[in-house]
Design a protein around this ligand. Structure first.
Ligand code: PGA
Length: 248
């Protein structure tokens, strides 16, 4: 089978993956001080965000004219809720850099969902994303686009899979799955594919299967990340464990 136009970087561990990912992000920011960044939440980007903050403090890289657009938000959580992705981003990145709060965008998980989706799609149409950061779910989701989501999808509401709610309860929500919202609002797969560049980072054995499909498998809506095979500028950074099922 033909190789995909994907740059694969395999590193030893989470720390190295975070360092490599920060390099890719910082190159975009340094080359274009007015870049639009597509950002992600979850456990994976936490160390990379710390490194971006360190770089900002040490080297003065400025975000004052940068705009950010997050992938997703839990449905029903206000921005002030400690488990909301708004809150996560303030805590792990925005509070440590000089980004203008007016330039920060996270889908609105509270209020009228259709209005939130329409507003976000309009915003993305007006602000093409220069680099979209992604994690990957153990089930292959990107953003909260769960298996089965159409590759043509734009920002929409989605019902979270049980496995996703379990994964997120394990890492957040003090282990209480009942507290993980059942629904979320997420950029669609088409929105993600419209980013100029995509950076996907995955660490750990539970990411090995979806990474195998992304890198070596057939494109299928069963593994939403495989949609990235159609994109012409994707960088995939994985640690040894997430790369453990790759054979080529
Ligand atoms: P994680 O989540 O970084 O917490 O593993 C990734 C994702 O669900 O996209």
């Amino acid at each position: 089978m033909e190789g995909h136009k994907m740059k694969l970087i395999i590193v030893e561990n989470y720390e190295e993956a975070s360092i490599e990912a920060a390099k890719v992000m910082l190159e975009v920011v340094k080359n274009n001080p007015t870049a639009n960044l597509g950002l992600a939440t979850g456990s994976t980007p936490i160390r990379m965000y710390e490194l971006m903050i360190e770089d900002h403090k040490k080297n003065g890289t400025s975000y004052k004219d940068i705009k950010s657009f997050n992938l997703d938000e839990y449905f029903g959580l206000e921005a002030t809720h400690p488990q909301s992705y708004h809150y996560f981003m303030n805590k792990h990145l925005f509070s440590g850099i000089d980004i203008n709060p007016e330039n920060v965008h996270v889908p609105n998980g509270a209020g009228d969902i259709q209005v939130s989706c329409d507003d976000y799609n309009k915003l993305l149409a007006e602000n093409p994303i220069d680099i979209q950061l992604l994690g990957i779910g153990s089930n292959g989701h990107i953003g909260f686009n769960e298996p089965g989501t159409s590759f043509d999808s734009v920002t929409h509401m989605i019902e979270l899979k049980e496995s996703t709610r379990q994964d997120n309860a394990r890492l957040f929500f003090d282990g209480k799955i009942d507290e993980v919202p059942t629904h979320a609002i997420t950029m669609g797969i088409l929105n993600i594919l419209q980013a100029k560049k995509v950076l996907l980072v995955a660490c750990g054995e539970n990411k090995a299967q979806p990474i195998k499909v992304l890198v070596e498998g057939e494109k299928t809506t069963d593994v939403p990340a495989s949609a990235l095979q159609d994109h012409n500028d994707v960088v995939v950074i994985v640690d040894k464990a997430a790369a453990s099922l790759l054979t080529k």
